[in-house]
Design a protein around this ligand. Structure first.
Ligand code: SAH
Length: 244
């Protein structure tokens, strides 16, 4: 590796500072829109509006993002930007990774499902915060590359699966938290079904224009949906869509 650990530590910390700045901007925007909406903000949004949880930032600064990007993009690995990872897919922007992780409000014992492993970066961040991460990727070569990266980094608490994540992972359900890294037109019903009571789902929804949505499942199984921020994710593909 051409970049030494010390060098990446400094780059990682600079990236985390940029993410914090962006989170502060987001918090300011949240506060002013809250005033416009006469205080209709949700408590979890209000928490994110105070800034990202320190343990989320610590997880972000601990994961070597340069090991999750293609070799020619290693010099850009610590920019607060999405980057192409091949097969028409992207590794998400670090701020979005941090925001989505923060909104899941994870406890160490939580079982977390991620849809869209991609490079494996988001799963690696989650794996620093919880005991077990389950992650599904539909593009087999991406899933296999991510598996090799997890093994190289000794991340033994990530379980991977190749397939259509819109079906969830029924054998391992229920999950305390589900993070979806690709955008469907509508929230897939199996993901809501596989959410534990009290669980949280963070998912981009839409086509050309998308919103990040936080879904909370109450103890009585009812759900509360809240729009967080406009986002731009790759589409969630359906492997076996029923004929029209
Ligand atoms: N979390 C990733 C971001 C990957 S981009 C990272 O940190 O790098 C979204 C990923 O979702 C792509 O790799 C894409 O192939 C995958 N994807 C799209 N539709 C899917 C589906 N139905 N099931 C599983 N993965 C899917």
């Amino acid at each position: 590796m051409s970049i030494s650990d010390d060098e990446t530590k400094a780059l990682r910390d600079a990236m985390v500072r940029e993410v914090e700045l962006m989170a502060a901007e987001y918090a300011r925007a949240q506060r002013s829109s809250r005033e416009d909406l006469h205080g209709h903000a949700h408590k979890r949004g209000a928490r994110s509006a105070r800034g990202l949880a320190p343990r989320v930032l610590a997880a972000l600064s601990a994961v070597p993002r340069h090991l999750f990007v293609p070799p020619d993009l290693v010099p850009d690995a610590y920019l607060n930007r999405p980057l192409p990872i091949g097969y028409g897919q992207t590794i998400s922007q670090p701020f979005i990774v941090a925001l989505m992780t923060d909104l899941l409000d994870l406890a160490p014992s939580d079982r977390v499902l991620e849809i869209g492993t991609g490079s494996g970066y988001q799963a690696a961040v989650l794996a620093r915060l919880v005991d077990t991460v389950f992650t599904i990727e539909v593009v087999a070569p991406l899933a296999e590359r991510a598996q090799r990266t997890f093994a190289d980094l000794g991340l033994a608490n990530i379980r991977t699966r190749i397939g259509d994540g819109s079906l969830g992972w029924p054998e391992e359900a229920p999950f305390d938290a589900i993070l979806v890294a690709a955008a469907p037109a509508e929230i897939p019903a199996p993901l809501i079904q596989q959410l534990a009571p009290g669980g949280r789902l963070i998912i981009p929804v839409g086509g050309k224009s998308q919103q990040l949505i936080l879904v909370e499942k109450r103890r009585d199984q009812s759900t509360v949906l809240r729009e967080i921020i406009p986002v731009c994710f790759v589409p969630l593909t359906r492997e076996a869509s029923p004929p029209d």
